[in-house]
Design a protein around this ligand. Sequence first.
Ligand code: SF4
Ligand code: SF4
Length: 388
Amino acid sequence: MRLPSKNGRTDEEKSIKQIRYAIDQGVNYLDTAIAYMNEPLIGKALQDGYREKVKIATKLPPWNVKTKEDIENIFKVQLNNLKIEYIDYYMLHSLNAANWNKMVELDILTFLDKIKTAGKIKNTGFSFHGDKETFKEIVDSYNWDFCMIQYNYLDEETQAGPAGLKYASKKGLGIIVMEPCRGGNLTQTVPPEIQKIWDKSKVKRTPAEWALRWVLNHPEVTCVLSGMNKKKHIKENLKIAAKTLPNSLTEDELDIIGKVRDKYRTLMKTGCTGCGYCMPCPCSIDIAKCFEIYDSANIFPTNKIETQIRYAMGLSVIHGKIAYASNCTKCGRCERQCPQELPIIDLLNDVSNNMEGFITKIFPFIFKTYLCFNKYQTKRKARKICRK
Ligand code: SF4
Ligand code: SF4
């Protein structure tokens, strides 16, 4: 994700140059997904001997499959897109309770066994954006080789959280961390209150270095993914990765990071820590996600359209069904469970007033139409591959 772009489209020439530069400098893992729409570009970058130097990870999108045939078709297209014989790390993309149940109904584990035995994939895993209980359930359901979780110092407690990280690691899974810099939030626009805290530290580091070092400090972490679209990002990340060891942050350094986290939390409107104890909600609202997106929009402002698209993506498309704040019937069940004693009903009302609008209403429909078109194209492509 986040490859360099030109005139609103991925800059293919520049992207291939950067990917190859990164591999030449020692990067040995490339993460993609059919949903990122750049597998064919990665396939081109892997030509000229680059495939042998790097491990490839890609993902199956549960929201884009209805039948076992869809799964087979997508997999065929992915191999063809990447122009490779096998995939090193194959994942079920963005699992949460709804996506996981759907995958189980489609007997996905038998499919994974089949393609692994056939040598078409080397390692099986899943990327995760659900709640803690679902994470544990998924980890226990199969002999996974690895998982991918969102983990950064600000969202430490959300989704799988530290307990999930430790649990999966103890079970022998490799842990790949995504969003170490929260999609660039923690590095691009640093609020002055936060910068003041960083400035007090004896050791001077960029916000990216603090964020990456915090993740790499965990001995359970196998690999950290960071979206890079400038050569200077690649150089900086390589430098950080080369010199950072697990358990290398001092007490003082961890204290500074803790202060930055606390300050970010005071800048948040909701005070939600993302623990997930308030869920499941009988109206299917992803309460923690609603608050996470709302808080992000307030601390790291973007334009209204982008904010609404992010909200719609996070709470309808990826979630499997519409989980908007406005679904709340005010039953009060969640408030009794919240350890922070947050006025969840009032906060959801704020979220709904500030985040929902015309775009969040039409987005699920537009995305559904896009998925139908995409599915049709995948089917055609898969048929063509079979004929060849
Ligand atoms: S009060 Fe609203 S958000 Fe909370 S459990 Fe009831 S419906 Fe869900
Ligand atoms: S609203 Fe409360 S219980 Fe729910 S995720 Fe946030 S802090 Fe946890």
